[in-house]
Write a protein that binds this ligand. Structure first.
Ligand SMILES: Cc1ncc(COP(=O)(O)O)c(C=O)c1O
Length: 393
């Protein structure tokens, strides 16, 4: 049998990979499954995007290769969004890279910036594309634990100098998946300053920039002075517009920093379906009409989930942003044991903190991606499992 590459063995299990099959098994067993696993809401995408997709699918030129350029209309809509939302100017043709979902770019960027033995700093718990991209590029992950004690922020000065010397990439993601933490502006200023001093590429994953509540407006990293010298920022259509399956996002940054990513992509893909890019442009231009109402639905779900988990014995903080609750467990219950019990006995899928890396132990993640009523039902079942696992402890 042909031998596969050793780098494959270095990859962890991808937690969300097993759930579609597992869910089918639970349903076949007659369980009423509530899936709060993936950050993948049950809501509809913008009608403006659906209509544009349908029209574009009937236009023959949209079915051709986009190559790296893709649809200029999409690039221009992104530039307009960055201006409207953050008051930042980017050149549509040279400073924006259309992506097949932001995950695609986030995982490929290490191929452009890290090589054999180069270190990348990976916040843990964290989105697994950081470690995946690093290891596929044969880089060396340095795991930094995000804990309540450090406000879920990476402090570069806690990392040994010899590691920092070999570091090429720092991945940061605020608002954060899975902890729902947000980053204060003075923190972002200090990180940008340190990355400039150390010549580290700051990969700023801003997938949740629009998913924020109670008047909080997450910044772009480029609002911070000097960021354009060291950062690439990643954005996604997925969460803001309920378009997870459409696979569309973008990277933005100085021409010099994004060009290497664009070059890698020329050799591994040919861009997202241009009809999807056209639909994404329509969604971006329909922001005012769609996004505030969509976020209001998530806020209602957040409030319902926070109240229900509290009523059922959990300590939960109401997150300012993201679609997640990051809920601590009593010390004697491991997150894997809790999630397994909850799934097998009560049909509720949540993610154990440990599946985001060792630093996530002691927590589980709930995605508020379904109705308030189903979230209340899920919290009740979770409360029953908490009681059962606590008995005799
Ligand atoms: C932190 C973070 N970054 C990026 C993504 C990827 O989003 P997409 O590839 O759908 O744009 C996700 C999706 O869950 C995420 O949680």
């Amino acid at each position: 049998m042909p031998r596969y590459a050793k780098r494959l063995l270095t990859l962890p299990e991808y937690p969300l990979g097993k759930f579609p099959q597992k869910k089918r098994e639970l349903i076949a067993r007659g369980m009423d499954v509530i899936d709060l696993g993936a950050g993948d809401a049950d809501l509809a995408p913008p009608p403006a995007a659906v209509e544009r997709l349908a029209a574009a699918a009937r236009t023959p030129s949209m079915s051709r290769y986009g190559f790296g350029l893709g649809l200029v209309e999409y690039r221009e809509a992104i530039a307009r969004f960055m201006k409207r939302r953050f008051d930042l100017e980017f050149d549509a043709l040279t400073e924006i890279v259309p992506l097949i979902g932001s995950k695609e770019g986030i995982s490929h960027v290490a191929l452009a910036y890290a090589e054999d033995g180069d270190v990348t700093i990976i916040p843990e718990p964290g989105y697994l594309a950081y470690v995946g991209g690093t290891q596929l590029a044969l880089g060396e992950p340095y795991r930094y634990e995000l804990r309540p004690e450090n406000d879920f922020l990476v402090d570069l000065d806690q990392i040994p100098a010899d590691v920092l010397k070999r570091t090429r990439i720092l991945y940061l993601n605020y608002p954060n998946n899975p902890t729902a933490a947000v980053a204060p502006r003075d923190y972002l200023e200090s990180v940008v300053k340190r990355c400039r001093e150390l010549d580290i590429l700051l990969v700023y994953d801003n997938a949740y920039s629009e998913m924020a509540f109670d008047g909080y407006r997450p910044p772009s990293i480029f609002e911070i002075d000097g960021a354009k010298d060291v950062a690439i920022e990643f954005h996604s259509m997925s969460k803001t517009y309920n378009m997870t399956g459409w696979r569309c996002g973008w990277a933005v940054g100085s021409k010099e920093l994004v060009a290497p990513l664009a070059k890698v992509k020329l050799f591994v893909d040919t861009g997202a379906f241009m009809a999807v890019q056209a639909a994404s442009a329509a969604a971006l231009d329909d922001y005012d009409n769609f996004v505030p109402r969509n976020i209001a639905v998530f806020r209602e779900r957040r409030d319902a989930a926070v109240a229900a988990f509290r009523e059922n014995g959990f300590e939960v903080e109401a997150p300012k942003a993201t679609m997640y609750l990051w809920i601590p467990l009593p010390e004697h219950i491991t997150s894997a044991e809790f999630a397994e019990f909850l799934m097998e006995e009560e049909g509720v899928i949540v993610l154990p903190g440990s599946s985001f890396g060792a630093g996530g132990e002691g927590f589980f993640r709930v995605s508020f991606v379904t109705s308030a009523e189903r979230l209340r039902e899920a919290a009740m079942r979770a409360g029953r499992v908490l009681t059962r696992l606590s008995v005799g402890a």
